[in-house]
Design a binder for this molecule. Structure first.
Ligand code: NAD
Length: 256
């Protein structure tokens, strides 16, 4: 039986790259998203993976709904008899993401429901399932939360988004310390500016792209595959004795 993974926000951007990489590594991947079509267009993720010989299924799910979170975990167990990896990647910013004084209660609640309550509900459902599974190597299950450099430093103009990412960094530590003895390994990956054409994508705005280039010590900007490789490592049995970290994949941005 292959290992299974849930990846939220799997239809687009980083979630798409993470899903393709985990499927290429031999996991059965549940592609959870509110929409099947990629935001930037192109073939749906499930078709790309199937054509490459990988194993996956698309599951329409809204991470802000508890019944969808519980259904996702049950679906993974039905497919492979266990849930081995959860990647909390789905997030929103967009029109609801504003400076403090322009953020109304509805903006705050909308962003929190997807970016922080969703990962909380999925962590809870996943840990409940993982506790019922036998240890494989050092782990009963692995959780990887996709945070952001803006969970560590402020993001001018994006108050609620940045606060959810800071909260997700702390949720990562909390799950890690509460369940380390149970063999549940929880880490986060914090992307810098990665070209995805959606959240944080600056390829369309030349002045913003120039700022990001000047602020990133690395010799190029990030690609979705850079983030997918870090997630694949933390999802693998190679990542031993590592829990509760927030790993920047940012070309040195946070070191600058
Ligand atoms: N791209 C970057 O440069 C960057 C930088 C830092 C952090 N991040 C983080 O990486 C993650 C992915 O970002 P991205 O740029 O690929 O985003 P994206 O907007 O390209 O894709 C997000 C996906 O999540 C899905 N989604 C939105 N709401 C959902 C919900 N309620 N339930 C399920 N799915 C939902 C969307 O349909 C979409 O397919 C996010 O957590 C984001 O905060 C991205």
């Amino acid at each position: 039986m292959p290992r299974s993974a849930i990846v939220t926000g799997a239809s687009s951007g980083l979630g798409r790259a993470i899903s393709r990489r985990l499927a290429a590594d031999g996991l059965h991947v549940l592609l959870a998203d509110v929409r099947r079509e990629p935001l930037a267009g192109g073939e749906p993720t499930d078709e790309l993976i199937a054509r490459a010989g990988g194993s996956c299924e698309f599951v329409q799910a809204d991470v802000s709904r508890r019944e969808d979170c519980d259904r996702l975990v049950a679906r993974a167990v039905r497919a492979t008899a266990s849930l081995d990896v959860l990647v909390n990647n789905a997030a929103v910013a967009g029109a609801h993401s504003k400076p403090l004084l322009e953020t109304d209660d509805e903006d705050w609640d909308f962003i929190f429901a997807v970016n922080l309550r969703g990962p909380f509900m999925l962590c809870r459902a996943a840990v409940r399932q993982m506790l019922s599974q036998p240890m494989r190597e050092d782990a009963r299950g692995r959780i990887i939360n996709i945070t952001s450099q803006h969970g560590m430093v402020g993001a001018p103009g994006h108050c609620a988004y940045a606060v959810t990412k800071g909260g997700l960094v702390q949720l990562t530590r909390q799950v890690a310390v509460e369940h380390a003895r149970d063999g549940i390994i929880c880490n986060a990956v914090a992307p810098g500016k990665i070209g995805t054409r959606n959240i944080g994508d600056l390829s369309m705005d030349e002045s913003a792209a120039a700022y990001v280039r000047s602020r990133t010590p690395f010799h190029r900007l990030g690609e979705p595959q850079d983030v997918a490789a870090a997630v694949a490592f933390l999802a693998s049995d190679e990542a031993t004795f590592i829990s509760g970290i927030n790993l920047p994949v940012d070309g040195g941005w946070m070191a600058y």
